[in-house]
Design a protein around this ligand. Structure first.
Ligand SMILES: Cc1cc2nc3c(=O)[nH]c(=O)nc-3n(C[C@H](O)[C@H](O)[C@H](O)COP(=O)(O)O)c2cc1C
Ligand code: SF4
Length: 705
């Protein structure tokens, strides 16, 4: 495979008077590590790591110009007083020392200013709107999450104030004062937040702004507040000092919301007011329904066309965002569709992205898997964590120190936990032997690509890295006590995953009742025992698929499964957790009539919230019947009986897939008790916590060896 070119992405660029070493920016992402608005060591370490990793300019998570007024959190950066300047200067100095440039995002949060609610102030809005947002998705949030969601507002009810002339003059002045403080602290640029439903963007959007005065109605009037802020800020910071403005290219789920054509015309006004760059994001009106459209899109380069459109209407640089892959970003810049890209979650997943691209190590970039685990914490007013990068918000663990004395580590289990443990141990200088009983690496991660393709790059990365690091991989090998002993390890890590069982009900042993693993093995033609239960035609199809290697390629297998799968028309999935829900969607997309029976009250746990909300609604749109609080009583060859409340029901089923009954399983570790070396258990073998748990526990154990 020839290495892709990143010449355009890595070329120098300029915004106003600021020279930038390449075209990769990090967009604002709340880390929530400030203490009462004061910059903290944790924030500084986070941004400095991304600067050291080659990012041309990092933009800080949104800060409040009039903090705590108009603030969304007490943990976000505050700009409302000169006393915050020394902390900001510490951040700027650190980012500069790491070789990067620093931009701070300035905001008034308007109708999402949770701190106003908590402190008993009305939220500032352009207009009072009627109607309630559909919050039915919250039914899949357990009480603990509902309580956490109310943290920032302290559970109080919001009240609103329609902004008058005095309020708006005050807002404009607050932005100007904040800009002065930020510039005086040595920060290189400012981004004015006019996106994501906050105050400026709510004025800009016809969907929220119903005014009939000079701040509402025509586009020119609606964009006036943003333009006035830009003018006031530019008057303070001067012509050469870069002022970026972040806008929504699209407002999903909002009647009369912004669309690219209108945003493009707004951008022209904003340029005329003095802005130096436009950063094209997007938003969704109802986060409970559409958060995975905006501001955190699911599709790769989902906002590409929005940026392209806006670029046609302005002469200043345009920054594109939204699941940018380096190769797509490079192509966009080369084609003149945008001038810069900002890569958010990818830079949370790997702070060294740019340096790796510069060194030609693009395959060593740890990929973001679009799982939304990071941003879920923001809903709780917490600090993001990354499923694949345990160092997020804890940069002290990012550097893997060499082992004092190189050890021989045997890792048992080639799933994500085992591979990550092998990677970390090998990076630290250990000799690592990885034993996998199957014929390929990946374990459940390999299978999960079928239902969740975004997981594929993680497996590719782990596979590439352990090969690059010289890990000795023994496939199709059972890790018996004798085999492990013969390898003479200093320490052993067991990452053999969970045990997946069948429910203890009559009929669970019928041949059409499969565990999730068995189903996926069947689709992949892996499991001979299950394959034998198929028809002769199906068996010969599987045998043909195996012989041409078709069944070893997840992407091709996923495509193939659209036309053929050894699964009946009516499928009952027992268990509506993360795995069950993803499987149900996968099957429904393949024209199966799917019913999910979940014993608990909530679907999709422990999937991170915004994705859970979307997955539930996507499954429903595909016709999946979701039944909560359903206890399975029995299974027959044609149906499943279950109890819901006091009543019993029956649902027809040609195939039954059991996605519940997943338990930690330490039997391999138990069988190694006689070894006289430390044996560590990680991942699902210890606690069922899927990819995040596997990656984090592996990292923790392997860096402590
Ligand atoms: C944890 C997290 C926090 C975010 N906080 C902000 C924010 O403070 N201000 C903002 O404009 N966007 C925020 N965003 C949105 C990002 O700036 C970015 O636009 C979005 O993640 C899409 O880019 P990506 O697909 O490269 O991640 C946040 C995103 C994440 C993941
Ligand atoms: S938590 Fe998930 S979505 Fe967020 S950066 Fe990490 S891998 Fe990406």
């Amino acid at each position: 495979m020839s290495a892709p070119s990143f010449d355009s992405l890595l070329s120098r660029g300029r915004i106003a008077g600021l020279e930038l070493s390449n075209r990769v920016l990090m967009p604002a992402m709340d880390m929530n590590l400030c203490v009462d608005g004061e910059m903290s060591d944790g924030e500084i370490a986070h941004y400095s790591a991304r600067a050291a990793g080659g990012t041309a300019m990092v933009i800080t998570g949104t800060g409040a110009v009039a903090w705590p007024i108009g603030a969304t959190s007490l943990h976000q950066p505050a700009f409302s007083d000169d006393r915050f300047i020394p902390g900001i200067r510490r951040l700027a100095d650190s980012v500069h020392a790491a070789g990067g440039k620093l931009c701070m995002q300035l905001c008034h949060h308007g109708k999402t200013a949770s701190v106003d609610v908590a402190q008993g102030r009305p939220q500032l809005v352009p207009s009072l709107l009627e109607g309630q947002m559909d919050m039915s998705a919250l039914r899949d949030n357990p009480m603990s999450e509902l309580m956490a969601l109310a943290t920032a507002t302290q559970g109080k009810k919001a009240t609103y104030k329609v902004a008058d002339e005095d309020d708006l003059a005050w807002v404009i002045d607050q932005f100007a004062q904040a800009a002065r403080r930020v510039q005086s602290a040595g920060v290189d640029a400012i981004e004015i937040h006019a996106a994501h439903g906050y105050l400026l963007s709510s004025f800009l959007s016809r969907g929220y702004n119903k005014r009939e005065d000079r701040w509402g109605g025509s586009l020119e009037n609606r964009v006036r507040l943003t333009c006035e802020v830009v003018r006031a800020v530019k008057a303070v910071v001067g012509k050469n000092y870069p002022v970026l403005v972040r806008v929504n290219g699209y407002e999903y789920g909002l009647e009369d919301g912004l669309r690219p054509e209108e945003t493009a015309r707004a951008a022209a006004f904003i340029e005329e007011a003095g802005a130096d760059a436009i950063h094209v994001s997007a938003n969704a009106h109802n986060p409970f329904a559409d958060f995975t459209q905006g501001p955190l899109p699911t599709e790769i380069a989902q906002y590409r066309d929005f940026a392209k459109k806006i670029k046609q209407h302005v002469t200043i640089p345009v920054v594109a965002v939204g699941r940018m892959l380096p190769e797509v970003a490079n192509a966009m810049i080369a084609a003149g569709e945008c001038d810069f890209v900002s890569m958010g979650r990818q830079l949370l997943a790997d702070s060294d992205l740019v340096i790796k691209l510069q060194r030609g190590q693009y395959r060593s970039v740890r990929p973001c898997i679009n799982c939304y685990v990071c941003v879920e914490q923001n809903f709780f007013d917490g600090n993001p964590k990354c499923a694949v990068n345990p160092a997020l918000c804890n940069e002290s663990v990012a550097v893997l120190t060499p082992m004092f004395k190189a050890k021989h580590i045997v890792v048992i289990g080639g799933g994500p936990g085992g591979m990550e443990a092998a990677r970390v141990a090998a990076t630290r200088g250990a000799k690592v032997t990885l034993i996998e009983k199957g014929s390929r690496l990946g374990g459940t991660l390999w299978f999960s690509q079928l239902t969740t393709p975004a997981n594929g790059p993680l497996l590719d990365w782990l596979t590439f890295e352990i090969k690059r690091l010289g890990v000795d991989v023994l496939l199709s090998t059972m890790a018996t006590s004798e085999v492990v002993k013969a390898l003479n390890p200093d320490e052993v890590i067991v990452a053999t995953g969970a045990r997946r069982g069948l429910p203890d009900v009559p009929g669970a042993d019928l041949p059409h009742v499969l565990t999730g693993d068995a189903l996926r093995s069947l689709i992949a033609g892996d499991d001979d025992a299950n394959v034998q239960s198929l028809s002769r035609l199906e068996r010969s199809l599987i045998s043909a698929g195996r012989s041409i290697g078709l069944l070893r390629n997840a992407a091709r297998l996923r495509a193939l499964s659209k036309s053929w799968m050894p699964v009946g028309k009516r499928v009952v999935v027992i268990g509506g957790s993360l795995v069950g829900l993803e499987l149900a969607e996968f099957l429904a997309q393949r024209h199966r009539l799917v019913t999910v029976l979940e014993q608990g009250q909530h679907m999709g746990l422990p999937m991170a919230m915004p994705r859970r909300w979307t997955a539930v609604s996507a499954a429903k749109k595909l016709g999946v019947v979701l039944i909560r609080e359903a206890s399975v009583i029995s299974i027959s060859s044609v149906s499943v009986r279950y109890r819901s409340g006091e009543e019993e029901f029956e649902v027809r089923a040609d195939t039954v897939v059991v996605a519940s009954e997943v338990y930690p399983d330490s039997h391999v570790a138990d069988s190694l008790k006689d070894l006289s070396v430390p044996v560590h258990i990680i991942g699902d073998a210890k606690t069922v916590d899927y990819i995040e748990g596997a990656m984090h526990s592996a990292h923790e154990v392997a860096r402590g060896l």
